[in-house]
Design a protein around this ligand. Structure first.
Ligand code: ADP
Ligand code: MG
Length: 251
């Protein structure tokens, strides 16, 4: 579904990515791991459209999306999760989901003026959809609570729920387990896996090796902006080059 080839990106004089490549198969969870500074987040920004690479290509379903802005990628079904900002954390959990839909604000104001009935019907459908999404991740009972009252793990689930509002084909997650308690990591993993089983494709950066082992169908290892190796979790943990990279043995 997703294919990234030859991606190179430098910040100032520093090469964050050098000819990086990976692909994500439909209905699979692809993991991206590597030591700090390996270029993982930069790679995900390139895929999400926040950073334009100096060279290389991002293809989605055979279409070149390298130059598309994030909202156009979202229309094609590709989303990345966002941390709940300070402003959003003052809103309720349900409001966070309603605002995650594309074409909010201005468009709605005009439609509300000319087509009030249709807006009401759309709002009702969106609320129903939001509640169904919250129900399936176990946050339904918190719908009317402010987002700031959620635990670290519940916030991660809320970020995922916001992405689900656009009915995505592929979701990019940068460290869904960071700042999350171990039991909650298991719960988040279960949600991701059940979404995968229903047809959603995932690309996940994660430091927690238990999560990677539990979730990923294929794992790519990066170090110093370059591909080191890729394969199943059991392949890569047995690879001496991967062990050396994590121990800083690449210098
Ligand atoms: P990872 O997520 O694997 O820890 P990053 O993609 O965040 O790695 O960073 C890769 C390299 O690029 C690092 O050396 C980092 O300091 C640098 N880098 C990342 N983003 C920027 C930026 N916006 N400006 C300057 N340097 C950056
Ligand atoms: Mg990172």
């Amino acid at each position: 579904m997703l294919s990234v080839t030859g991606v190179t990106k430098a910040f100032g004089g520093i090469a964050a990515l050098r000819e990086a490549q990976f692909s994500a198969d439909t209905r699979r969870i692809t993991g991206i791991i590597g030591p700090n500074g390996a270029g993982k987040s930069t790679l995900l920004y390139v895929v999400g459209g926040l950073i334009t690479p100096d060279a290389g290509k991002v293809m989605l379903d055979g279409e070149d999306i390298t130059e598309l802005p994030p909202f156009k990628r979202a229309h094609l079904g590709l989303v990345r999760t966002f941390q709940i900002s300070r402003e959003l954390s003052e809103l309720t959990v349900l409001e966070n989901l309603l605002l995650a839909r594309p074409g909010q604000s201005g468009e709605t104001i005009w439609k509300n003026f000319f087509l009030p009935g249709r807006v009401r019907a759309e709002e009702e459908a969106a609320i129903e959809r939001a509640c169904a999404i919250l129900e399936r991740v176990g946050l339904r009972h918190l719908a009317d609570n402010p987002a700031r009252a959620l635990s670290g793990g519940q916030k991660k689930l809320l970020e995922l729920c916001r992405a689900l509002m656009i009915d995505p084909k592929i979701i990019l997650l940068d460290e869904p387990g960071a700042g999350v308690s171990p039991p909650m990591r298991v719960q988040i993993s279960e949600v991701i896996r059940s979404l995968r089983d229903e047809g959603v494709t995932f690309v996940i950066i994660e430091h927690d090796m238990d999560m990677i082992a539990r979730l990923c169908d294929r794992v790519y290892v990066f170090a110093e902006g370059k591909n080191l190796t890729d394969g199943s979790f059991s392949d890569i943990v047995a690879d001496q080059r991967v062990i050396d990279a994590y121990l800083g043995g690449l210098d």
